[in-house]
Design a protein around this ligand. Structure first.
Ligand code: ADP
Ligand code: ASP
Ligand code: MG
Length: 444
């Protein structure tokens, strides 16, 4: 008997009828042994996710010591779910206790974690299997980083005597028991951790689309589906904004070569996307596998003649970033130029000016220019390295769409080409690249 770990996202857990679909999917395959769940997400487009409502409760608890008003909506959602599913559990009692603890703990992480805790308890009741509280098995170390080895050991121990179980997604705890969450969308990581801990044969990630698509379906209508994706392609695409899967969920499974299958809870018959190690990857014939984009970067462009022959130039620049505790995303360079691409969110008030002053003082550049509100777009695919003229086609598509390219970075692995454009051109650029490689002309 093989082991499948299945993670179900927020839309799959949104209400009683979707949760019943989840239960049917789980029960239809006895290998689906460990189920990891998200908190209830949106039921319709302008609905509010339970996680967002819980952050609201945490704010109210911190400000006034009371979160009864925002909690009442959460109470209603869970009571409806339990009633729709016809479960006998004392959800009222669990909710009373949850509200009380949110007020006592005054921690945003604790409050946010309760969405997954509650939906996990409900799913365990519905499937009639044990519930495993992630607080006991997912560990963060004192610096707040995820402790992978300790977590794998704790999860494996907790599940050793349980052939079937439900584990709450998204959160874990420090050694002292204080609850901490992953970043948003983090139940994908929890699922990957459970898969790794039990050395699963497959990690199924069930969501609301039939797999990874060639680009964001909110940008291009009905983009082509991707049948097979390598771990490397996944990492590039998810990091650059294809948030169908959290970009960090790859690490636990990659170490044990566990494939990921992205599936659609609402079209369970669709095969979805398989994400596999390179050794199992077969070239699909597509030059480009997918395109993803992310907005809000700042580019610091530094020019200095003979920069390349100045020993220690790059080190000095990187030391400035390090001393100010700033990480950078990319560093494309030419003979006399270098650009630092930094996520604008990490540049707190005054930090950009400080970096510019230190760069001036330390390396005495000829020119320094700053570009704000830059979007990065990654065009990714193993097929690109063996196909002549890919970048020519990409840049022609962008220029035909009248899009000004501010920066170019072609990864040395030839797995991706990254271009920087103005934030407001981001979606148009993705559409132009998509049409070039997947549109009618590309098929002809
Ligand atoms: P879940 O709640 O199941 O974790 P998410 O909302 O986190 O689901 O992820 C699924 C969503 O990701 C899709 O509904 C889609 O809008 C979005 N998405 C963005 N880029 C892509 C892509 N390349 N392929 C598929 N979905 C994508
Ligand atoms: N519920 C959390 C969020 O909304 C985690 C997740 O769904 O993966 O971000
Ligand atoms: Mg998600």
């Amino acid at each position: 008997m093989s082991i499948k770990v299945c993670k179900f996202g927020g839309t799959s857990m949104a209400d009683g009828s979707t949760i019943q679909k989840v239960a049917n999917i789980v029960k239809s395959d006895k290998d689906r042994r460990y189920v990891v769940v998200s908190a209830p997400g949106k039921r319709f487009s302008n609905d509010v996710k339970v996680t967002d409502m819980l952050y609201e409760c945490a704010r109210a608890a911190a400000d006034t010591g009371n979160c009864a008003a925002p909690f009442s909506k959460i109470r209603q959602r869970f009571e409806n779910i339990v009633a729709e599913l016809g479960l006998k559990m004392d959800i009222g009692g669990v909710l009373d206790e949850t509200e009380k603890r949110i007020c006592e703990e005054k921690s945003a992480d604790f409050a946010a974690s309760r969405g997954e805790y509650l939906s996990g308890r409900i799913m365990a009741e519905l499937l009639d299997v044990p519930f495993v509280d992630a607080q006991d098995v997912i560990r963060f170390n004192d610096e707040g980083t995820f402790d992978a080895e300790e977590s794998y050991a704790l999860v494996a121990r907790a599940l050793a005597d349980k052939p079937y179980a439900v584990v709450a997604g998204f959160y874990g705890a420090y050694k002292d028991g204080k609850v901490k969450t992953f970043s948003r969308g983090g139940s994908d990581i929890s699922g990957a951790v459970v898969a790794r801990a039990v050395l699963a044969d497959l990690y199924e990630n069930w969501t609301d689309v039939s797999g990874f698509l060639a680009c964001d379906p909110r940008i291009v209508e009905r983009p082509q589906g991707i049948k097979v994706l390598s771990y490397k392609e996944l990492r590039e695409l998810s990091y650059m904004g294809a948030n169908v899967l959290h970009s960090e969920s790859i690490f636990p499974v990659r170490g044990a070569n566990i494939p990921i299958n992205i599936r659609n809870t609402f079209r369970a018959e669709d095969e979805g996307t398989m994400i596999v190690p390179l050794s199992k990857y077969r070239y699909t014939g597509n030059i480009v596998t997918g395109i993803a984009g992310k907005k809000n970067f700042t580019v610091i462009h530094i020019e200095k003649s003979m920069m390349n022959s100045e020993i220690g130039f790059t080190r000095k620049i990187l030391s400035i970033l390090e001393e100010n505790n700033i990480s950078f995303e990319h560093m494309p360079s030419g003979i006399d130029t270098m650009s630092l691409v930094i996520d604008s969110n990490v540049l707190q008030l005054g930090m950009l000016d400080r970096l510019l002053t230190e760069i001036e003082q330390t390396v005495n550049p000829d020119h320094v220019r700053v570009y704000n509100n830059i979007a990065l777009i990654a065009t990714v695919g193993h097929g690109m390295s063996s196909s002549i003229g890919t970048s020519g086609r990409l840049f022609k598509a962008l220029s035909d769409a009248n899009i000004n390219v501010r920066m170019i970075d072609q990864g040395s692995s030839e797995l991706n080409i990254i271009v920087g454009v103005a934030d407001e051109d981001c979606n148009r650029a993705i559409k132009a690249i998509y049409n070039e490689f997947f549109g009618e002309k590309a098929k002809a």
